[in-house]
Every structure is written in C-alpha cells, then in structure tokens.
Design a binder for this molecule. Structure first.
Ligand SMILES: *[C@@H]1O[C@H](CO)[C@@H](O)[C@H](O)[C@H]1NC(C)=O
Ligand SMILES: *[C@@H]1O[C@H](CO)[C@@H](O)[C@H](O)[C@H]1NC(C)=O
Ligand SMILES: *[C@@H]1O[C@H](CO)[C@@H](O)[C@H](O)[C@H]1NC(C)=O
Ligand SMILES: *[C@@H]1O[C@H](CO)[C@@H](O)[C@H](O)[C@H]1NC(C)=O
Ligand SMILES: *[C@@H]1O[C@H](CO)[C@@H](O)[C@H](O)[C@H]1NC(C)=O
Length: 456
C-alpha cells in the first residue's frame, strides 16, 4: 500500500525538522533596546536637569499596583508643591523613565513601554479607545493584527493568573484591570499576541492587556512591560525559552545622548567579573517583587550607626522591611530612622569636606548643598556605600546620590537623593542603580550588581 509508506517518511521529516528547529531556534538571550525618556522626549527648552528630576520624582508612586496601594501612600506629606508646580507645567511626561522598544502584533506596531520590575502585567493602549492618553508611537490596533486572540473567561489563563479577573458578558472575553498607587489605571481585554524584538525574533502567544480605558500618568509611553516575578510577567512567560534570569543596565540619566548604553537582556549572559551577588528574598506578602536583604550603610568609609537593624530586615510575618529592587522608582526610600542616620552622617561629613548646606528643603529632600565651596575652595563629597547580605557592597558614584535641583534663584544645587519611608516599604530606586549592571537571577535565587555595567 502506497499510502502509509508515503506518510511515514513525511511524518518523520516533519518531526525532524521541528526537532532541529526547536533545538537551534530559540536564541539563548533576547536583547531588547532601551531608551531613556529624555532621549525620546527631549526636555522642554530651558528646563534644567534639576527641574526634570524633581518632576520625575513627583511621579514615583505611580507604578505600584493596587495590591500595594494601601501600603504605599502616593504623595509624600512634605512634598513642596510650590517648588514642584512650576517645573510640572509644560512637561507632561510623568511616569516611567526607561522604556523598552518592542513590536506588537502582525504586522507589528512599534511601541515604547515602561520597564517595571515592580509589576507583572504587560499592557498597551489599544484601539478603539474609550479613553486613551496621548502617546508618541502609533496606537496598537488589535483588529489589524492577524495574531491577536482574546482570552475567553473560561480559560485557565483568565482565572488562574489574574487576581481580579472580570468577564465581558457580551463577548465572553476575559477583562483585566490594573490600578496603580496614584489612581493611574488600565482596563481592557486580556489577550494574546506576538511580540517582536530585534534580529527578527518573535515571541508568540504572549498574554497581555489590550487597554481600552487608560488613565493617569503613563503619558507618552504606549504601555508597560511588567518584569516582576509573577505568572503574567514577561520574564515568567518567556522562562521556558530563556530561563528565569534577565539583566539590565539603566544608563546615566543626565547624559542626554540618544544612546545611553542602557540594555535589557532576557536569558543568561556572560557574567561581568565584577558582579557581586546577594541572595534574592521572597516576601510572602508581595511575592512578585524582587527583595534583597540590606544590612547597612557606610558614609565616608565609616559604618553608619544609630538606627534599628530591624528597620531594614525583612519580616515575613508582617511583610515589612527588606528592600525592593525597582526599575520604576527613581529615589530610594528607607525606613525613617535609617534614612535619618545616613543623612546625619552625610551632613557631618559634608560639613567637614567644606560643603555649604542650604537652609531650605527641596521637595522630600532635606539635605541640600551648594557645591561651590566657600571662596571657591574645592569641596569633598562624602562617599556612600550600601551594604547587602553576603558581603555585597554597592559603592555609589556621586551622581547616584547627588540629585540636582533648581533653586528659586535658578541656580543648580544638589540634594542627598534618598528619602524616608514610614510604610515599611524600602526601595532601591533607579537613580541609585544607574550605571550598574543588575542581574535578576530567579533561577539561582540571587541579585547581582556590577559597577560600570552599562559599557560592558
Ligand atoms: C543580532 O544578531 C547579531 C548576530 O548574531 C548579534 O551580534 C547582535 O547582538 C544581535 N542584536 C540584538 C539586538 O540582539
Ligand atoms: C502561577 O501559576 C502556577 C501554575 O500555573 C500556579 O500554581 C500558581 O498558583 C500561580 N501563581 C499565582 C500567584 O497566580
Ligand atoms: C498559542 O497558544 C494556544 C493555546 O495555548 C495554542 O493552541 C496555539 O497553538 C499557540 N500558538 C502559537 C503560535 O504558539
Ligand atoms: C546590627 O548590625 C550591625 C552591623 O551589621 C551588627 O554589628 C550588630 O550586631 C547588629 N545588631 C543586632 C542587634 O543584630
Ligand atoms: C526640612 O525637613 C526637616 C525634616 O526632614 C525639618 O526638620 C526641617 O525643619 C525642614 N526645614 C525647613 C526649612 O523646612
């Protein structure tokens, strides 16, 4: 009989082809271009770097999802609006700072999405809009993507992964809603589509939110790339292909260069020799965040004392303490007693180094300086080192803790760029991370920091 003998080789061939394809096809790493906001959206003419920083700082609370909102009050009580409001006007880009450049759908639409290690869901503004804010790249239109599929309510993808899934009674489609600490939100259809990356790399069937109702402070970005640890996050969705590890380097925000040498890579890359790893901790109250144990600070090569060790230690029972490594928050925040001890140590060292302290506070910053020394003498800026569990030290370059601000005399001053927190949520923000290669290695339960990591 001719039929089976014809079928068998064909079947074998197709099995072999698909085997060899899957054995060689998925590259071991996925490189995603990263741009800093200032490179894409040039600052308004005349805006000072300080003005930009204060403006961004005001938007920090935006990226925490609703689960965190109650633990993370949005506005700092001592925010100084008189100082912030002038720089707010005319600068509408208020959330997220580092964008990934991705394509979505087939044919693909280019999109700039905020990289957020503090949340899981990937979502994009989607036509038809009930409400969409202005974005710079074209809107994603699922009707023109041949690979777009809505996820039905009955699907385990709807019930299993979303904490607050809804159902569209008319279409039977799964509806998602995410809310962020400041009232920003996105709501729409949970769907799958392909994402497109450089070198013609496609990732099929990515679960994402197609947002028809979007409000808040994601101005200009097309949406958000959630890279936390939960089931819906991008690294979790591509873990089978690339492993549960990714890394990034967030480039110098003050260099206005188009190419800030920032990067985002999924998969294991050769380790920089200078990478120091500290254990990745899990907070049972917020299992999708990347926690590490911080054990202290040094200022001017001297260990900072005078605060309770418990302030920085993760307490699994209450979910307080520990420190979250976050790409979406600009300024690191520490328990108030720890912050105060660091600030006081910094102030006394700075005074000894000839730095002139200002009497005024700027926004949440209460240690601000004129870096021009008395009689134009050279000032000495105290060093700051963050100490993590496992003997890991993060020696911060001065640009990572001296934040430029604009005085009422239009001159640029510098503030100690850290802040106090009273809600038990300590965060290592992206100002302090800039220039470090950061490895999020869930597979080996560790987080790595490499100084001068962007150039590598
Ligand atoms: C594209 O592929 C080339 C050759 O394999 C590689 O050198 C390059 O880094 C890749 N680019 C990106 C963005 O992945
Ligand atoms: C993630 O998915 C796994 C397996 O599908 C499931 O057991 C687990 O409960 C999910 N976790 C969350 C937080 O939904
Ligand atoms: C996408 O996922 C669905 C359901 O899991 C599956 O039936 C389909 O073959 C997948 N498509 C691709 C291109 O992998
Ligand atoms: C607090 O931390 C310091 C520095 O790591 C250590 O020397 C000290 O023993 C700790 N105190 C307590 C009570 O754990
Ligand atoms: C600056 O803030 C500190 C508290 O952080 C406060 O004690 C001080 O009075 C403030 N100074 C001014 C001038 O508002």
């Amino acid at each position: 009989m001719a039929l089976p003998s014809l079928l068998l080789p064909l079947l074998l061939v197709s099995l072999l082809v698909s085997f060899s394809a899957s054995a060689t096809q998925p590259p071991s790493t996925l490189h995603v271009p990263v741009v800093h906001r200032d490179a894409v959206f040039p600052p308004a003419p005349g805006a000072t770097p300080g003005g930009l920083l204060l403006r961004r700082h005001g938007a920090d609370a935006t990226h925490y999802t609703v689960q965190l909102a109650s633990l993370h009050p949005t506005a700092a009580a001592d925010d100084d609006d008189r100082l912030r409001s002038p720089v707010l006007s005319g600068l509408p880009f208020d959330s997220g700072e580092y964008f990934a450049v991705i394509g979505v759908g087939d044919p693909s639409t280019r999109a700039l999405v905020v990289i957020d290690t503090g949340s899981d869901l990937i979502w994009l503004q989607c036509t038809p809009c009930r409400h969409c804010y202005r974005q710079l790249t074209p809107l994603y239109d699922p009707r023109s993507s041949s690979t777009y599929r809505r996820i039905p309510c009955a699907s385990p993808r709807c019930r299993g992964v979303l904490r607050y899934p809804g159902c569209d009674a008319r279409t039977g489609g799964c509806v998602y809603m995410v809310m962020y600490g400041d009232g920003s939100a996105s709501r729409g259809d949970l769907a799958t589509d392909r994402l497109v990356f450089p070198n013609d790399t496609h990732v099929h069937n990515v679960t994402l939110g197609c947002g028809h109702d979007n409000v808040g402070l994601f101005e200009s970005a097309a949406g958000l790339l959630g890279v936390a640890r939960g089931n819906l996050s991008f690294p979790t969705q591509v873990a089978a292909a690339y492993g549960r590890v990714f890394s990034y380097c967030l480039g110098d925000r003050m260099s206005r260069a188009k190419d800030s040498s920032s990067y985002l890579v999924f998969g294991r890359t050769p380790e920089l020799p200078s990478t120091a790893f500290t254990p990745l901790r899990t907070n049972p109250r917020r299992p999708s965040l990347y926690y590490v144990d911080m054990v202290g600070f040094s200022v001017g090569n001297e260990r900072v004392t005078g605060f309770s060790n418990a302030s920085l230690a993760l307490d699994p029972a209450t979910g307080r303490g520990g420190i979250v490594v976050d790409s979406g928050t600009a300024i690191s925040r520490f328990a108030r007693d720890a912050y105060a001890a660091v600030r006081d140590a910094f102030n006394s060292r700075a005074a000894a180094g000839g730095m002139r302290k200002l009497a005024t506070n700027f926004s949440v910053f209460d240690a601000c300086y004129d870096l021009r020394g008395r009689g134009h003498a050279t000032v000495r800026v105290p060093s700051i080192v963050l100490h993590f569990a496992g003997g890991v030290d993060m020696a911060l370059p001065p640009a990572n803790y001296l934040v430029p601000v604009e005085g009422s005399d239009r001159r640029t001053y510098f503030c100690l760029g850290l802040q106090a927190a009273d809600d038990g949520l300590n965060v290592l923000g992206n100002v302090q991370q800039q220039g470090f290669g950061v490895v999020f290695d869930v597979e080996r339960e560790r987080i790595g920091f490499a100084p001068n990591g962007c150039s590598a």
